[in-house]
Design a protein around this ligand. Structure first.
Ligand SMILES: [Zn+2]
Length: 224
């Protein structure tokens, strides 16, 4: 079972890191080296971290992408719940979309209360595909993104009965566009719980759901 988004290099992640096959995203220069210890890693600058980075470091990110063979650029994106300058977030996000375009790589996107702007910017980079991790948008946004070649990642949030909107989005999604993830959760059972929950929502056997989500990750990130 492939975990499409897990910060295995973070502290306290030992128990989950043991048996996980995971895409390990970076958040910025502070863990560009650490994530490369895992077979499948991504290199990028998280929107929460952009104010700690310079243009020079964006250039260095491009150099690392060129030389070190990540499976994706990320995580990158926009988060409008954080008190971080919007224009700066957009600049770093667009720069990383350009790197993805140039090196024909998928992106891993963090989008919180910013999905309209994310869609707007992605439309300007129609060749770029990837994952919207921890998807939290609407049904309409989900459909738009899938139409643009994106897959949507879901984690423990969908198990919360209060997430009724998100649960109905998952119910209606084509199974070929779903990825499962645990992000920064430390419980190794969480991925199973997420898979169980989605299989119930979609009324399909959990083995089938897991197989399909694995295939979705393998094809998007070209895993070997
Ligand atoms: Zn993350």
């Amino acid at each position: 079972m492939i975990n499409s988004h897990a910060h295995l290099d973070f502290e306290n992640m030992h128990s989950i890191a043991q048996n996980a096959v995971a895409i390990v995203p970076s958040i910025g220069k502070q863990n560009w080296t650490d994530v490369q210890m895992y077979p499948y890693f991504a290199l990028g600058i998280h929107p929460w971290m952009v104010d700690q980075h310079t243009q020079q470091e964006l250039d260095y990110l491009e150099y690392l992408v060129k030389c070190n063979n990540p499976v994706a650029i990320g995580e990158c994106g926009l988060d409008y719940t954080k008190d971080i300058d919007k224009d700066m977030q957009i600049h770093f996000f667009v720069s990383q979309l350009e790197i993805a375009e140039k090196y024909k790589m998928p992106v891993i996107i963090h989008s919180v209360k910013a999905t309209e702007d994310v869609i707007f910017l992605l439309k300007k980079h129609p060749k770029v595909v990837g994952e919207i991790h921890g998807f939290s948008g609407s049904q309409q946004q989900a459909e738009k993104l899938i139409g643009m070649g994106f897959k949507l990642g879901f984690g423990m949030q969908i198990t919360n009965p209060k997430s009724s909107k998100l649960r109905s989005v998952v119910k209606n999604l084509p199974i070929g566009s779903i990825l499962i993830e645990t992000d920064d959760h430390i419980n190794p059972d969480d991925l199973n719980i997420v898979a169980q929950e989605i299989s119930q929502l979609k009324q399909i056997p959990v083995e089938e759901l897991i197989q399909q989500c694995d295939n979705n990750a393998i094809s998007l990130f070209e895993l070997r």
